[in-house]
Design a binder for this molecule. Structure first.
Ligand code: FAD
Length: 563
């Protein structure tokens, strides 16, 4: 987007108060909307993205206070936790999406929506440049928007770790289109495998399904696929039923390694019983249309196996438009866009970021924790009494909820190991250094919140509430004490509340980590999963559709037709 002064503007679509300008090659001085004298214009809020973070922000924002515009290339919200179910037809794609226009219609004020992709953010001039993804607009698909506040909720993209051949030969599972493509490809693999002209070896290769990544998405997809094969496809393709193989490749030592260890062990044992091959400690080094090549980390051995379909689910990375913004705001060296605890992008006062596209900057977390301990240890003795220690921990957990998550996972929250010495006698004092060392092992895990819908939705709600109270806070500037540094801030910082997480494992079984360090596994947990995911739907329409899809599947099985 060259910034030369030559006016090559093809057409200007000035929406009163909206600040929308069509552009082709350069910007014009006539872009600003005409405002009636005497009317104080509302502040312009531009929201990029209509996923978990964007829609929860819009749902809770009092849009009558602002001039709100939303840009997203997809005109719907997708309930991503049910995407793996869409890949096998357990749930239909349309059952888990809600049109953006239906969602914004319920808002208090007017919200304008543009179906387009933001391709460039100009932070210095408070402007975003967008391209419509609708065909045949002949030069009119490009436009720019001015903003007073920009809310980034653009999510992330799949991380391929630059592994050769992944983009060309693997399926991803990020959105509805991906899930629909996988569903068709599974049917293709079976139809191809039963063709009379194929050798047994070729049939076997076509029916080798590989899942790369042993996180929740990879595990859930492998489980769904296994159920689909066992409950539906083996009846429809009996000739090849014994040739089907599902392999799950994980570079770490265990699958579901962000879950409690009991859950990851349960999942591995269940997959082994089901005949899903779990290959841990393997790193994929290249993929071709016929083979996947991997290296066993412990021995260095390299092997290649033929495949029919690969689903790549190994984590997320930053999308290009955010990467470009990071360069502009001095965050070029970081991997992920950083915000402060109030979700403001570091280096740009008017830009906020929520959801998977950002992380709250916790780089100095250990320094802060050390400073809290040092302040509490007034005598410089290196120890604290139990009461002092408890006060310090209350303070730390309030500032850094991630510490609580980590401590829970490591079963340290009751601090039993700290209360008791090696002989099992109760200590009178706690060794600060010992505890800090235990925490520092977890430093990297504590730095970022997990990239989940839960975090994204809570951030959206938090930010909307801040926006709703912005005027009130300006009139009464005395806000809550800042946690870091000195002085005060308008709002309390964002605080994440963890409600637990699920991992469906197939065969009507699931595992769950619930609040209060509860772990639940088996058939009853699957029913809990059904009720939670039905209740979490964004509308009654999708709730009814999802539940009727589940019922249809119970009665008639899944539909494998290629439509
Ligand atoms: P997204 O929901 O990805 O939304 C991004 C939005 O930005 C989209 O509307 C997109 O169209 C738009 N966008 C993209 N680029 C641009 C652009 N250039 N300009 C404008 N708009 C743009 N989390 C859980 O908590 N529980 C689960 O069970 C769970 N299961 C999952 C299963 C799968 C298969 C996947 C893929 C994810 C799952 N997650 C789950 C994670 C969860 O979906 C994400 O953390 C969540 O979607 C992040 O929300 P977001 O709003 O940041 O991004």
């Amino acid at each position: 987007y060259p910034s030369s002064s030559k006016l090559l503007l093809l057409c200007t679509l000035s929406f009163s108060g909206g600040g929308v300008v069509a552009y082709s090659e350069s910007r014009s001085e006539t872009e600003h909307p005409v405002v009636d004298a005497g009317v104080v214009p509302k502040k312009k809020v531009v929201v990029l993205g209509t996923g978990w973070a964007g829609t929860s922000f819009l749902k809770d924002l009092d849009a009558s206070r602002y001039d709100v515009q939303v840009v997203s290339p997809r005109n719907y919200f997708a309930f991503t936790p049910l995407l793996p179910s869409v890949t096998c037809g357990t749930v239909e794609a349309r059952s888990i999406v809600e049109p953006v226009r239906t969602l914004i219609k319920k808002s208090k004020g007017e919200i304008k929506y543009w179906e387009a992709e933001c391709v460039k953010i100009d932070a210095a001039n408070r402007k975003v440049f967008c391209n419509s993804n609708i065909d045949n607009l002949v030069g009119r698909g490009k436009f720019s928007l001015d903003y007073d506040f920009l809310v980034l909720a653009v999510g992330s993209q799949v991380n391929t770790f630059n592994t050769p051949g992944v983009k060309e030969n693997c399926h991803f599972l990020k959105d509805i289109e991906d899930a629909k493509r996988i569903r068709l490809s599974i049917t293709d693999c079976f139809e191809k495998a039963v063709l009379p002209s194929l050798s047994e070896e070729e049939r076997r290769s076509n029916l080798h399904f590989v899942v790369v990544g042993g996180g929740p998405t990879g595990v859930e997809f492998a489980a769904e696929l296994h159920d689909y094969v066992q409950e539906d496809l083996t009846n429809l393709y009996p000739a090849v039923k014994d040739l089907v193989k599902i392999t799950l490749i994980q570079s770490g030592d265990h699958i579901l390694n962000t879950f409690d260890q009991r859950i990851s062990t349960f999942a591995e044992q269940k997959f082994t019983r089901d005949g899903i091959e779990v290959q841990t400690g393997c790193r994929v080094i290249s993929v071709s249309d016929k083979e996947i090549t991997m290296k066993v980390k412990s021995t260095g051995e390299v092997c290649s196996v033929p495949h029919g379909l690969i689903v790549w689910s190994t984590g997320i990375s930053t999308i290009p438009v955010i990467r470009d913004l990071m360069e502009q705001v001095g965050q070029g060296k970081r991997r992920v866009l950083a915000t402060d605890e109030w979700l403001r992008v570091k280096g740009s006062e008017d830009v906020y970021a929520i959801g998977d596209c950002c992380t709250i900057d916790q780089r100095k977390i250990m320094d802060d924790i050390s400073a809290i301990f040092a302040a509490a240890d007034k005598n410089n003795s290196g120890t604290l009494t139990i009461e002092e220690f408890q006060d310090v921990m209350d303070d730390i957990l309030l500032r850094y909820p991630q510490v609580e998550l980590f401590l829970k996972k490591k079963h340290l929250l009751d601090f039993t190991s700290l209360w008791l010495d090696s002989q099992g006698n109760e200590r009178k004092e706690i060794d600060i250094e010992g505890f800090k060392q235990a925490l520092s092992h977890a430093d990297s895990q504590m730095k970022s919140l997990p990239a989940t819908a839960q975090v994204a939705a809570q951030q959206g709600t938090y930010l909307a509430r801040c926006f709703n109270r912005m005027d009130q806070c300006e009139e009464n500037p005395e806000g809550p004490r800042r946690f870091r540094g000195t002085g005060r801030h308008k709002f309390l910082p964002f605080r994440y509340k963890h409600f637990g997480q699920f991992a469906p494992l197939g065969g009507e079984q699931a595992a769950a980590e619930l609040p209060g360090d509860w772990v639940s596994m088996g058939h009853s947990t699957q029913w809990l999963w059904y009720s939670v995911y039905a209740s979490k739907q964004v509308s009654w329409r999708t709730r009814v559709l999802v539940m009727s899809d589940w019922t249809r599947r119970f009665i008639f099985g899944r539909d494998s037709s290629r439509v």
